[in-house]
Structure formats: structure tokens, C-alpha cells
Design a protein around this ligand. Structure first.
Ligand SMILES: Nc1ncnc2c1ncn2[C@@H]1O[C@H](COP(=O)(O)OP(=O)(O)OP(=O)(O)O)[C@@H](O)[C@H]1O
Length: 593
């Protein structure tokens, strides 16, 4: 014969307490939820839930009392005395419309704070008042109650477990009620020593037909201040009728790395930190919403990550996106302000979404060698946009590229490169290309033959100086003529190994350094000498090869220092010695005069 499982209630309560609920405080939310569901099931005018904290009640027990539908003897057997039993699912097991509960386990959370739950109830349409007493050891009694309820409804009473009275007493109960229940559309009252206070006294502004236009906006901003703790720089109405989800997304005044949202279900607070309500790219907003149909997890502390939520997320994401596009058209100034604070979020969004890409291309300012401007403006003037994918490369090339009117963007921020690549593939007419600092040489003019001749000795001496390194010397004629030399090295080269022989080379003489640095790298850094530089031209005219070498060392040191290069041991030695050497020689020359 088939037998029933025996249930160890203590074990189940322990499981709930440790693994389902984040805190024993949820007991109060579960009780208020049941009371509100009972009101919903009855629907008369005399509807209220009254909560009496244990330190206010005469018998020292917390009581949650409602004027709801109550329970018949049969209900008690089916739903109270059966774990998992619930009146809030239909025959097929689906949640019934309008109810908060669904799983039939909420009441068990009371055993997180008490050993005994007493329920006094009178069902709507019945004269009988019944008493159910459930204990944490899994036993229960059902009897006629000694007292008689005047009205249909239910009182649930809990005596605090020793050491847990605080969880059931006035301070915390008042706080929790306002936290969970402030927006409930029912009358929820807290009993104090001498008064009854309404705690559910807030309507969501979007549900209040009386507040419209500017008033509604002001009310929403106030809601954001109270519930999210900041004054938003903008707000976006959200509405997904399919899941009965409504609210606002608020734009914070400072950037946030990842945003979570405050979600209510049937006006009862579910969570302050729901990560899955809006698409991941929407981290420039935080939302407050109420939902009627999105499902909750059994703990009721987060949304179920199911298909309904995924679809709602897409639709709400569409609303954010169209709002942004509209704002860009109608209030470009506001858009600019938004981008100034949340450019990182917008960049992330542009990588995933074409509409956002257009928006970012239109509004986001990029630093470039031809000025700071939007990608659209830059592309209008320059058929090909070059970019450096890191700030170091950009700093190396920016001055020279700018002087040659070569448009190079600093794409060193997060997502910049992806944005430029996406732009290239999304728009046939947009050309973007990565620029390696070494590529810059291709944009600098070859010197005239006469200048090549003039600089013959300089070129030879530079070649000799750098003979044992992998740096190649080039002559070029370029603007500005105040720049004498350039050292162009790609990042790949810049990070080439230097550590091994560093110690050996640190204080070595020139010869030792040079002989120690045999490299054969396919990509050679370029030491570029500007044949237009007036003093270099004077130097080139000199026949003093020693002076030329000294000057070249100093110029090489200068190029190293100004280009933010990673130093090889050779570079470090040049940097250390070149300028003192030059100084000494100048002084020697002066003494000779
Ligand atoms: N105050 C009340 N008035 C009337 N019926 C109640 C009340 N409290 C509980 N019940 C009945 O007891 C059942 C079990 O309650 P319980 O809180 O354990 O689960 P639930 O509310 O159905 O679902 P969930 O686990 O999702 O909260 C409810 O379905 C309801 O029928």
C-alpha cells in the first residue's frame, strides 16, 4: 500500500530560514501578504489589516488581523494544515489573478521567529469562529475558538521565541511595514500604545489619475529621492501592459557601474536590488516599478528569471532607447548633459545597438588631432578616420598628426574601438582605421634631395649611435618645424623585454650597453629626424662629428622622454648621460674660447 511521506517540519523551517529567505524579518511580509490576499478575496467596504506589535499587545503576542475572507473548516484542512497547500492557485496549479501568494509555504516563515502560530478565523458567510494552532514540531490542533469574531476575517498571533522579541516589537514592525507595505492599496494600520496609524498611505504616482503632467513628474522625482536616495537628472516612464508593469527609470546624477532596480509586485515591495528588470546595457538608469504579472521566486525576494521577464526586459529596453532618441532630437542639450555623466553606459549601449550607435556618433565628443568633436562631424570632414587604440599611442602621434591635418582619434576609452569598428560595418561610407605610431611615418614627406645630402653625416652618426639597437633612423620633412626628432614605436615594441639585462646594463659605459643589445625584431621603432628644423639644419652643416653625436644623443633622450616610451637599458643610459655629456662639452667649448 502506498504510504505518505512524513515531513520533518523543523528541518523544512531550517531549510527555509537558511536557504530561501535572506532574513527572518520576512515573516511579517508573509503575514501582511496573506491578510491582503484575504481582503482581495472578499472585497467588501470594511477592509483593513491591523498589525499589533508584541510589546503593544496585552498578551505579549504580535497579531496581524484582517477583515478578509476567513477560513472554513474545510479550508483549514486543505490549505493551512497542508504544507504547499494554497487557495491562490486554480485547479491546474496556475496563480490566481490578483493574489500575492502562490506557493503555500509563506506561513511557515512564521516559524523563523516563533514556536507556535495561532489563527482565529471566521469565514465569510459562516457563523463559526475556528482556532488553528500550529507548532514548529509539525503538530497542529483545530478547534472551535473560545472567543467569537464579530466579523468575518482572521487574526494570526505569534509569541516571540526567546531572544527574538525585537523582531516582533513596535520599532522594527513599524519600520518593516512602511518598508514593505507603504504602497499597498488597502488600509494597513499599525497599533501603537494609544493610536492606530495608517502606514499604507502612498499611491504610486503613475496610478493616481489626479496627478498629471508636471505634478506627476515632481511626484516621481520625490519617489526617486525617497526610495533610491538621489535626485535624478532625468526620468523615463516605463510601461509594459503585457506584464502589468509600470514605473519610472531614473537617471542618477553620478555614473554607476551596474544598476539594480526596486521592484514591487501587487504594490508590495519585493526587492531593492533586482538586476534583471532592464537590459544589461541600461546601467545609466535605476528603476522603480510595480508589476502585477511578472512572477516572483518562492522567497518572493526577486523576480523569476523566465521568458516573461526576458520579453518584458526587451520591451522596457525599447522604451528607454526610444526615449533617448526622442530626447536627442527634441532636447539636444539634455542629451549632452546625460552623456557627460553616463558616457560609459552609452558607449556600452552603442556597441550592442545600432540606434544607440547613431546617437553616440552624433553626440559623444571624441578627442582627436583635428579637435574635439562628434564622430559624425569628424567623418563629415575626413573620409578616413584613424584611431589609436590606447592613450599612450595617441599622445605619441597627436601633435605631429595634427600638424599634418591627419585626423586621428584617441580611442583609448572603454568601448571606443568597438564603436569605431561597428560604425565602419554599419555604414558603408564610414572608413575607420587603426593607426600604429610607426604608420605615421607614411604621412611624413620625404626630404628634398638637397636636404638628404645636407643631412648625410647626421644620418650616418645616428645610424652608428643606434647600430646595436633595433631602432632605425629616417629623414623626413614635416611640420611643425619646432619638432626636431620623433621616436615612433608601436605598443608591441614598447613592451618588448628589457628586464633580463637591465641590472647588467644599469651603470655600464656606452660600449658595454651597445654590445649588450642585439635585437632582431621585425617591427623597428623609427627615430625620425626633421630636416626642416632650423637648428638641426645648422648642426647638419657642421663638420664636427663629435658634436653631432652628442646632439643626437640628447635629441634621442628628448624623444624618449616626450613620447612616454617604455625604456630599454640602452634608452635608460642615454637618458641618464646625454644631457650631462652635452652640458660638459658646451662648458669645455666655452673654456676654450
Ligand atoms: N489571513 C488569512 N486569511 C485567509 N486565508 C489565509 C490567511 N492566511 C493564510 N491563509 C490561507 O492559507 C494558505 C496558505 O498560506 P501561505 O502563506 O502558507 O501560502 P500562500 O499565501 O498560498 O502562498 P505563498 O507561499 O506564495 O505565500 C493560503 O493560500 C490561504 O488560503
Amino acid at each position: 500500500m502506498a504510504q505518505n511521506f512524513h515531513v520533518d517540519l523543523g528541518g523544512i523551517v531550517d531549510l527555509l530560514g537558511r536557504h530561501l529567505y535572506s532574513t527572518p524579518r520576512v515573516y511579517l511580509r508573509e503575514l501582511v501578504q496573506n491578510a491582503v490576499d484575504a481582503l482581495t478575496a472578499r472585497s467588501t467596504d470594511e477592509m483593513a489589516v491591523t498589525v499589533t506589535p508584541c510589546d503593544v499587545a496585552a498578551d505579549g503576542r504580535l497579531q496581524v488581523s484582517d477583515t478578509g475572507i476567513g477560513l472554513t473548516r474545510d479550508d483549514i484542512d486543505r490549505v493551512l494544515s497542508t504544507i504547499g497547500g494554497s487557495s491562490k492557485r486554480d485547479e491546474l496549479g496556475f496563480s490566481r489573478e490578483g493574489f500575492l501568494g502562490r506557493f503555500g509555504i509563506g506561513l511557515l516563515s512564521c516559524f523563523l521567529v516563533t514556536d507556535e502560530v495561532e489563527i482565529i478565523t471566521r469565514a465569510d458567510g459562516s457563523e463559526q469562529t475556528l482556532r488553528w494552532l500550529g507548532r514548529a514540531d509539525g503538530t497542529f490542533d483545530v478547534t472551535d475558538a473560545d472567543e467569537r469574531r464579530e466579523q468575518p476575517g482572521t487574526d494570526v498571533r505569534l509569541a516571540p521565541r526567546p531572544g527574538q522579541a525585537e523582531l516582533l516589537s513596535a520599532d522594527l514592525v513599524g519600520h518593516l511595514l512602511r518598508h514593505y507595505a507603504a504602497h499597498l492599496p488597502h488600509r494597513i494600520r499599525l497599533r501603537t500604545a494609544d493610536d492606530l496609524i495608517d502606514v499604507a498611505d502612498r499611491r504610486f504616482c503613475w496610478d493616481d489619475p489626479a496627478t498629471t503632467g508636471a505634478d506627476r513628474r515632481a511626484a516621481a522625482i520625490e519617489l526617486c529621492r525617497e526610495e533610491l536616495g538621489f535626485t535624478p537628472i532625468d526620468l523615463i516612464p516605463l510601461s509594459d501592459p503585457g506584464t502589468g508593469t509600470r514605473g519610472y527609470a531614473f537617471v542618477p546624477p553620478t555614473p554607476s557601474g551596474r544598476s539594480t532596480h526596486r521592484v514591487y509586485a501587487h504594490n508590495m515591495l519585493v526587492t531593492e536590488n533586482e538586476p534583471n528588470l532592464l537590459p544589461e546595457w541600461a546601467f545609466f538608469v535605476r528603476a522603480v516599478v510595480n508589476t502585477d504579472h511578472l512572477k516572483l521566486t518562492a522567497s518572493r525576494e526577486s523576480l523569476q528569471d523566465d521568458d516573461d521577464l526576458a520579453e518584458a526586459r526587451d520591451r522596457l529596453g525599447d522604451q528607454l532607447r526610444s526615449w533617448l532618441l526622442r530626447t536627442a532630437q527634441t532636447h539636444p542639450g539634455r542629451m549632452q548633459e546625460l552623456l557627460a555623466v553616463h558616457h560609459l553606459g552609452m558607449r556600452a549601449m552603442a556597441v550592442q545597438d545600432e540606434a544607440m550607435l547613431d546617437l553616440v556618433a552624433r553626440f559623444l565628443p571624441f578627442e582627436s588631432t583635428v579637435g574635439t568633436a562628434s564622430l559624425d562631424d569628424l567623418l563629415a570632414d575626413h573620409p578616413t578616420l584613424h584611431y589609436c587604440d590606447n592613450d599612450g599611442d595617441y599622445r605619441q602621434v597627436s601633435q605631429i598628426a595634427g600638424a599634418q591635418r591627419l585626423a586621428v582619434i584617441n580611442a583609448g576609452h572603454a568601448y571606443d574601438v568597438e564603436i569605431l569598428q561597428r560604425l565602419q560595418s554599419a555604414r558603408a561610407e564610414s572608413r575607420t582605421a587603426r593607426l600604429d605610431p610607426q604608420d605615421l611615418i607614411g604621412y611624413l614627406a620625404e626630404p628634398a634631395p638637397a636636404d638628404r645630402e645636407l643631412f648625410g653625416t647626421v644620418l650616418d652618426q645616428a645610424g652608428a649611435m643606434l647600430a646595436r639597437t633595433d631602432v632605425r633612423t629616417e629623414l623626413r620633412s614635416f611640420r611643425p618645424e619646432t619638432v626636431a626628432v620623433l621616436l615612433l614605436a608601436s605598443r608591441k615594441d614598447a613592451v618588448r623585454a628589457v628586464e633580463d639585462d637591465l641590472a647588467e646594463q644599469a651603470d655600464g659605459a656606452w660600449a658595454a650597453v651597445l654590445s649588450g643589445l642585439q635585437r632582431d625584431l621585425p617591427n623597428h621603432p623609427r627615430f625620425v629626424i626633421n630636416t626642416d628644423h632650423p637648428d638641426l639644419r645648422r648642426l647638419a652643416g657642421s663638420s664636427d662629428t663629435e658634436l653631432i653625436t652628442l646632439a643626437l644623443r640628447a635629441l634621442y633622450a628628448h624623444a624618449l622622454a616626450s613620447g612616454r616610451h617604455r625604456l630599454t637599458p640602452f634608452d635608460a643610459t642615454v637618458l641618464q648621460q646625454a644631457l650631462p655629456d652635452l652640458l660638459r662639452t658646451t662648458l669645455d667649448l666655452q673654456e676654450l674660447r
